[in-house]
Design a protein around this ligand. Structure first.
Ligand SMILES: NC(=O)C1=CN([C@@H]2O[C@H](COP(=O)(O)OP(=O)(O)OC[C@H]3O[C@@H](n4cnc5c(N)ncnc54)[C@H](OP(=O)(O)O)[C@@H]3O)[C@@H](O)[C@H]2O)C=CC1
Ligand SMILES: O=C(O)[C@@H]1CCC=N1
Length: 276
């Protein structure tokens, strides 16, 4: 029988994970979503055949797994409220929130529970997600396997050895889809300026992104090697890459990722410092 899973928060990321679980054959009847918004509850029930409730009671929370999927800024209030309703429930807790430290979750929801922190990303919606996970010694091997199995239905998974490395995961794969989408937007605009119609620009850009990602994964060659194979000496690609270098693209990307990691860290500091 499938593990019973309760999602607290039925927004973008929970929907992505639920889609991954359902596509992997997880029983919809074993999944419950706690979500205050009527429309979101209706569409989650309709699209994925899961149970939806506006509020969690002790029975709802008596599941094998509790996935915390609310915004980081809401996590303290939500978990402190859940703690009053937990009764005898002892689920494995999986938090997907950016920056919310285990120390905070333990203090707000309960010291005695086992916690896994992870950072998935939105391509989980189509089973192409990438998730980093972290668990400390309070989580046993079976619980680690359960957490990994839940996230693996949404794509690839990788454990990190220290909690602070989740900030690096957040800056890499958590926020990463948005970087690639921004690059696609810029390329589409460039293609339009060069005279292509909107549909053709979109199709060429998206299929180029897909082809490049698939080639990098399937060839086993590193991206630098593949880049050189496209770049004929004195040709067109070289001109474009020289323009990127003039604009210090590589440094800019590293600076952006550092900013994302710093924000994940400061979110956590702010949440821990908040008065209850
Ligand atoms: N989006 C992303 O790419 C990623 C997000 N994350 C993390 O996932 C978490 C969720 O993000 P995301 O899905 O984008 O955010 P959303 O705002 O889409 O989802 C959060 C949901 O929680 C609901 N909610 C609010 N209060 C409660 C409550 N008391 N009980 C239950 N549900 C409640 C919100 O409802 P309402 O809208 O009505 O307030 C909303 O539907 C965040 O912590 C984020 O850091 C992690 C990886 C990637
Ligand atoms: O932007 C954010 O804060 C969340 C975390 C990673 C992706 N989205």
């Amino acid at each position: 029988m499938d593990h019973s899973i309760v999602f607290v928060g039925g927004g973008n990321m929970a929907t992505s994970l639920i889609s991954g679980l359902r596509s992997a054959g997880h029983d919809g009847g074993a999944i419950t979503v706690v979500e205050p918004d009527d429309d979101k509850r209706d569409s989650l029930s309709r699209d994925y055949g899961v149970n939806c409730v506006a509020n969690a009671d002790g029975d709802t929370l008596a599941a094998d797994v509790l996935v915390l999927a609310v915004k980081p800024q809401m996590m303290r209030n939500v978990t402190q409220d859940l703690a009053t309703r937990m009764a005898h429930a002892r689920p494995l807790v999986i938090s997907i929130a950016a920056g919310v430290p285990l120390a905070g979750l333990r203090a707000w929801l309960g010291e005695e529970l086992a916690y896994v922190r992870c950072m998935p990303n939105t391509p989980s919606l189509i089973g192409a997600g990438a998730t980093g996970l972290y668990a400390d010694d309070s989580v046993n091997a079976e619980q680690r396997e359960i957490a990994e199995a839940v996230l693996a239905t949404a794509g690839m998974t990788a454990w990190v050895a220290r909690e602070e490395l989740l900030d690096a995961v957040t800056a890499t794969s958590g926020s990463g889809p948005a970087y690639f989408f921004a690059f696609m937007e810029a390329m589409q605009a460039g293609a339009r300026e060069l005279g292509l119609d909107e549909h053709t620009a979109r199709e060429l850009v998206l299929h180029t992104a897909l082809g490049a990602a698939r080639m990098a994964i399937e060839s086993g060659d590193d991206p630098g090697t593949l880049r050189k194979k496209v770049t004929s000496p004195g040709g067109t690609t070289e001109r474009a890459l020289d323009t990127f270098a003039d604009g210090e693209l590589s440094q800019l990307v590293r600076k952006a990722m550092q900013a994302a990691a710093d924000r994940a860290d400061s979110l956590g500091q702010e949440l821990l410092a908040e008065k209850s």
